[in-house]
Design a protein around this ligand. Structure first.
Ligand SMILES: [Zn+2]
Length: 753
């Protein structure tokens, strides 16, 4: 019995150490927070009952650490404590009873209740009102200095008070808060990732942590992080008596505090409010994993003191898990319209957050390998908001040894083509363009709302038409005739008539929608809009893609033979070689802006020790490629990977055939004629930047209505840059290229307004 307990304590300690490392050091947890909390609490309970077996290195004896080697270390003025957890009402009542026993008899406690943010803890120091330092929580005693990065977060004031009327700045104020993504900012970040052809971020908290730990604060600035402040760690020159006063004081200084914090006159009141919080959890702008309940009177909280690493006067009330562990029964593989293989976990059904979950996303095989998820594993599933449930990781401790590793399939399960993993890609693909599953998915997408929007063409109809060999690609839809359709089962006259008329109507969809419907990897309606803003027709876009492809082929043909014979041990040379093999993504974007390609390229290629004639040739070839790429690559919001996808799509023979058939069938492939009412700007090219009196689209229409052209990137061909409020880097580029800069008023003056 005693040996049992001793080994259970040792076992739990070991497991928790592993998970702490995954979570805090690698930023890559393999179990969910609630699973971790449960294990942690089990260990705490066992140690409390059997202190003689508690190990000196027990995870309960130390706080977690998010320290990483890249940053200077900062000592906090006071320990940044963590909170003990309560999981139900009984835990809360027990907590209050224990506290009351420690206080003079007859004491009554009031509480402040606020949401527990699921972000990254931060400690910010102000001296005489000026932000002088910001540090992560680290191990609670020492943190990483992330001052430069925190300064880019707009809700973290650089100077307090924001409103001078709030009174003088305190001589010294060290505050504690949390940095996180609002749900909509996180979604937006993932939309941008998608537009760049990059994989989506999965976990908002980890992404916030990663964003704050960028070495280059400009990278942090690009992420829309928010800083909430809720506590004072240390101060000089202010006297406050309650938690409630602290929150009000922080607010008066200009910090973003949790607007919905409430003061409760009793624990009953707090418990009642907690239920309401839980009910509206999904409606909040940020993720929360519970509530924080603090004793309001600071004098009482001080008297209660600290137990281990947790202050007795505060507790985290965790919401029931939206995570659960279950068994991974198997993997099914989906093939999308681009051929991408998506593994899905088939699970023993489990009840999470009010629904039964029997399958969950595994994202991709890279993720499966990174998490070491095996067939037969116990896995932890997370479900939050409307996100598809996903697998967080295996419960390593539950392994029996007969679990089998999961590998990507060698053949497409639908067409048995050999699957491929393109250079640099995370995903595996079925490369077969006539794979029935790919065609099915492509057609489903093609007819969907937002794409060609063909009513009456549901998945069953598509499947029937493929089965009868009436359609084999998107363009075949436009060649459908009444006769063969009427011969199909379930296709009455009325139904056929409606279907044919909605197909006819689809031919006139706007160019942007037609482009979206092609299903080019990463080209949704937003990117399609960017393309149609810059290309007047499908033919223009195709011509540009072909030009780029030709210039790239020429670059490769002419420059690769110049490379010196492989020196396998020289990694710099090998890296350069790789770059030269992918010039449109690795070289052209980098050298597109700015003058004097020659000397810059020479610096890059120095390790190759090429003779001067070779350098000149590489530069000439690259210049040719850059010129070809410019119309596509200078579109703002369109990254090199996406440009690559577009070029690949348009230069593919199968896709070209489909496009030709669509064109012949009368599908619209041109942007709408711009209505030109004046000629004041004819022949001039404009670039717009910054905030103007009207939306960018309206200003653009105004320029175009007067014969001008609007493009995304500044080049020597740009006639004017029009700069509104807080313009971006384009103004600098304009200055460098000698392009004149106009204000919005000056633009309007040109139009005689
Ligand atoms: Zn296939």
């Amino acid at each position: 019995m005693t040996n049992d307990i001793r080994s259970r304590i040792a076992n739990l300690s070991d497991q928790l150490h592993f998970h702490i490392y995954r979570y805090h050091v690698l930023n890559d947890p393999v179990i969910g927070d609630s699973e971790y909390d449960r294990m942690f609490r089990d260990l705490q309970d066992l140690e409390a009952e059997h202190p003689q077996y508690a190990r000196a290195d027990s995870p309960t004896q130390r706080v977690g650490s998010d320290l990483s080697g890249d940053f200077a270390k900062v000592a906090h003025p006071a320990p940044i404590l963590s909170l003990a957890n309560a999981f139900d009402e009984a835990d809360l009542r027990h907590w209050e009873e224990r506290n009351l026993r420690l206080l003079p008899s007859g004491s009554r406690l009031r509480y402040v209740l606020q949401p527990k943010l699921d972000g990254l803890a931060i400690v910010i120091s102000y001296e005489n009102g000026e932000l002088i330092r910001a540090a992560t929580r680290g191990n609670g005693v020492t943190g990483d200095d992330v001052t430069a990065n925190v300064k880019t977060i707009r809700s973290a004031p650089l100077r307090i008070p924001l409103d001078p009327a709030a009174g003088p700045a305190p001589a010294r104020l060290v505050v504690r808060g949390e940095i996180l993504f609002h749900k909509d900012s996180f979604l937006e970040l993932n939309r941008e990732q998608a537009a760049q052809g990059l994989p989506a971020y999965v976990n908002a908290r980890n992404t916030a942590s990663g964003s704050l730990k960028q070495k280059d604060s400009r990278e942090t600035a690009k992420r829309k992080l928010t800083a909430y402040i809720y506590d004072i760690v240390d101060s000089q020159g202010i006297e406050l008596e309650s938690e409630w006063q602290i929150l009000r004081y922080l607010k008066s200084m200009g910090f973003k505090v949790l607007a919905d914090a409430s003061r409760c006159s009793s624990l009953d009141e707090a418990i009642e409010q907690a239920a309401a919080w839980e009910a509206r959890r999904d409606d909040l702008p940020f993720e929360i994993d519970g509530l924080v309940l603090k004793v309001d009177e600071l004098s009482a909280a001080r008297e209660l003191g600290v137990a281990g690493k947790d202050p007795r006067g505060a507790i985290a009330f965790k919401f029931p898990a939206e995570e659960a562990a279950t068994t991974l029964l198997g993997i099914t593989i989906g093939v999308g319209r681009t051929g991408k293989l998506t593994p899905t976990a088939q699970l023993e059904p489990v009840f999470i957050g009010g629904v039964t979950v029997s399958s969950a996303s595994l994202h991709n095989y890279d993720q499966v390998a990174a998490l070491d998820i095996r067939q037969g594993d116990r896995v932890v599933i997370k479900r939050s908001g409307d996100v598809i449930p996903y697998v967080i990781g295996p419960v390593i401790g539950a392994r029996k040894g007969d679990e089998t590793p999961i590998q990507p399939p060698q053949l497409c399960p639908f067409c048995v083509a050999e699957v491929v993993q393109p250079d640099g890609a995370i995903d595996w693909y079925c490369p077969n363009q006539i794979c029935p599953e790919r065609i099915m998915r492509a057609l489903e997408f093609f007819v969907s709302r937002g794409a060609m929007d063909i009513e009456g063409m549901g998945p069953q109809t598509i499947a029937a038409l493929i089965e009868e060999r009436l359609i084999q690609d998107e363009a075949d839809i436009f060649a459908l005739q009444a006769e063969p359709l009427l011969a199909l089962e379930g296709f009455a006259e009325k139904k056929v008539e409606n279907l044919l008329s909605s197909i006819e109507a689809a031919k006139a969809r706007p160019f942007e929608q037609v482009l979206t419907s092609l299903g080019i990897d990463g080209v949704g309606s937003t990117v399609a809009g960017l393309l149609t803003d810059n290309f007047a027709s499908m033919a223009d876009l195709q011509a540009t893609a072909e030009l780029i492809s030709k210039a790239e082929a020429s670059f490769l043909r002419n420059t690769l033979p110049l490379l010196p014979a492989a020196a396998a041990d020289d990694s710099d040379v090998e890296k350069l070689r790789q770059r030269l093999r992918h010039p449109t993504t690795e070289l052209a974007p980098r050298y597109m802006q700015g003058a004097e390609l020659g000397p810059r390229l020479e610096r890059l290629l120095r390790p190759l020790q090429l003779p001067v004639e070779s350098l000149t040739l590489v530069a000439a070839q690259l210049q040719q490629l850059i010129d070809a790429c410019r119309p596509l690559h200078t579109i703002e919001g369109l990254g090199p990977i996406l440009a690559r996808n577009i070029v690949d799509w348009f230069t593919d023979a199968h896709n070209q055939t489909v496009l030709k058939k669509m064109q012949a069938a009368g599908v619209n492939m041109k942007a709408e004629e711009k209505k030109v009412s004046g000629t004041a700007l004819t022949g001039q090219t404009f670039v717009l930047t910054g905030t103007m009196s009207a939306p960018r689209g309206e200003i653009k229409a105004l320029v175009e209505a007067n014969g001008g052209k609007v493009t995304g990137g500044v080049s020597k061909k740009t006639s004017f840059v029009v700069a509104g409020d807080s313009p971006g880097s384009k103004v600098e580029k304009a200055e460098k290229n000698g392009v004149p800069i106009l204000s919005e008023d000056e633009l309007r003056a040109l139009l005689g307004e």
